[in-house]
Design a protein around this ligand. Structure first.
Ligand SMILES: Cc1ncc(COP(=O)(O)O)c(C=O)c1O
Length: 471
């Protein structure tokens, strides 16, 4: 290998070694073949749903059969799309799918992207103009950050997640005990907007403000207080130059009637400027879309580089999404969503009961007490890798989530529930967690008694140290 190449490898290797020394090295891994899935994002288990699978396969077979009978020039390309959407990668099928998606989510228009990541980067990199401001939840997804980095917006301002999250506000108000301890955090979105509303350009509508939140946060499993956010934006930006963007990558399919998403669940379709959909989560496929006005759609077709300069979705991908939407529209997914809700309640019940039985310290195990309809349940622990390994060893696939994916101190194991999970599997998982908790507590007790030999009472009111070496 030439010397210059070795030098680069050495430099990159040093960066990896540093990452490893901080216990932050990322690795690719495969779930053990027979483990029970409490980790993937397929909340409705649609990718393994036999009805959906059959429907996709029969469509592809029908297309193949039709192609067989037509001449070579008119054969449908089943493997690839042939190019960018703007060149040879467009089709009437893609356009009709967009119309179907828009209608389902009560939106004016939809534009497909090859992923929700591309949708976010495309949207944020090209819409905000010089002078504009983007304000965003501090926990917003990496793709929004990347889009913002590429954008020409003049300012990017984070606000605290606690100020918009249902669960965090619930927790704050309970932790406060009426003393107002977290008041300032809850105010942060208001403070940022109040400050901006005094800006000359914002006041005169010469600058726009984009507000970015998610519909369901994938690491915390909580949802934003959308109605309150809309009210706050209207209060501080009454001229209408506050544009809310909701990333529904995780909430589409899960929330709202038939899985229309959080915005529809709240009846806010006309108040949210744009929604980003992800088909790789509850929808069980891959890809993304932006729900917006027809003008914004046309603008994106002209300026969103992640749409223009990439090969568009394949015929097979379009069909996967189409069969999933047909399934949702038909209402067949409703029993799955109801079953998921039952599983969420059962899991919380089991985890809370476990905590009451074992009384683990917060550093061993902490579960949010707040009400939740989210299939993502974070289990906070200072030992996420140990807990995840224990569960995996017991046949349950869960993953540790550590910094930098979450803030230091917010390490956790993330449980993702799916419609295909059974109550017995949840009992099994909670049993494995409880066994780990007891083991952890026992180890801690042993360590504690070794570090601080017990004070034992000898006679009345006299304490002496128990010296283990003499026992
Ligand atoms: C909130 C959010 N937005 C966007 C994405 C990107 O989605 P995709 O996998 O379709 O690129 C993710 C995926 O992890 C996400 O969690």
């Amino acid at each position: 290998m030439p010397e210059y190449r070795r030098q680069l490898d050495d430099a990159l290797g040093a960066l990896l070694a540093r990452r490893k020394s901080h216990d932050r090295l990322r690795r690719l891994s495969n779930a053990p073949p027979n483990s029970i899935d409490f980790s993937s994002n397929g909340y409705l288990s649609l990718s393994t749903n036999p009805v959906v699978q059959k429907s996709l396969l029969s469509r592809l077979e029908a297309e193949f059969a039709t192609s067989e009978n037509s001449n070579a020039l008119r054969r449908q390309s089943i493997l690839g799309s042939g190019g960018s959407r703007l060149l040879d990668g467009n089709s009437s099928f893609a356009e009709s799918l967009e119309a179907k998606i828009a209608a389902f989510h009560n939106a004016e228009a939809a534009l497909l992207f090859t992923s929700a990541f591309d949708a976010n980067t495309g949207l944020l990199s090209c819409v905000p103009q010089p002078g504009d401001v983007i304000i965003y939840d501090e926990l917003i997804h990496a793709s929004v950050h990347d889009g913002m980095r590429m954008s020409r917006a003049t300012k990017r301002i984070p606000f605290s997640h606690d100020s918009i999250s249902e669960t965090h506000q619930w927790r704050s108000s309970n932790d406060r005990g009426g003393q107002g301890g977290h008041q300032s955090k809850s105010q942060e979105l208001c403070d940022v907007l109040r400050q901006l509303s005094r800006d000359k350009n914002v006041m005169r509508c010469k600058a726009n403000v984009f507000i970015c939140v998610e519909g369901l946060y994938s690491m915390d499993g909580d949802v934003p207080l959308l109605k309150e956010i809309v009210e706050i934006v209207d209060r501080y930006l009454p001229s209408g130059n506050g544009y809310i963007i909701v990333d529904e990558a995780h909430s589409a399919g899960v929330f709202g009637e038939k899985g229309r998403g959080l915005v529809c669940q709240n009846g806010l379709e006309n108040r949210i400027w744009a929604r980003v959909l992800g088909f790789g989560k509850a929808m069980g496929c891959a890809g993304g879309a932006i729900l917006c006005s027809p003008v914004v759609r046309e603008y994106l077709i002209n300026y969103a580089r992640s749409l223009i300069y990439t090969t568009s979705m394949t015929f097979t991908s379009l069909n996967s999404i189409d069969v999933v939407y047909d399934y949702l529209i038909s209402g067949q997914s409703e029993p799955l969503r109801q079953h998921l809700e039952t599983l969420i309640c059962l899991t919380y019940r089991q985890l809370h009961a476990l905590c009451i039985r074992s009384h683990p310290g917060r550093h061993i195990l902490y579960i949010e007490k707040g009400p939740s309809k989210s299939p993502i349940i974070p289990i906070f622990t200072a030992h996420p890798r140990s807990l995840a390994e224990h569960c995996q060893g017991s046949g349950f696939m869960v993953r540790p989530i550590v910094a930098p994916t979450v803030p230091v101190g917010g390490e956790r194991v993330r449980i993702c529930l799916h419609s295909a999970n059974t109550p017995e599997q949840i009992e099994g998982l909670c049993g494995a967690i409880e066994a780990w908790v007891r083991n952890q507590m026992a180890m801690e007790k042993t360590r504690e008694s070794e570090r601080h030999p017990k004070l034992i009472m000898e006679g009345e009111g006299v304490f002496i140290k128990q010296d283990k070496s003499r026992l």
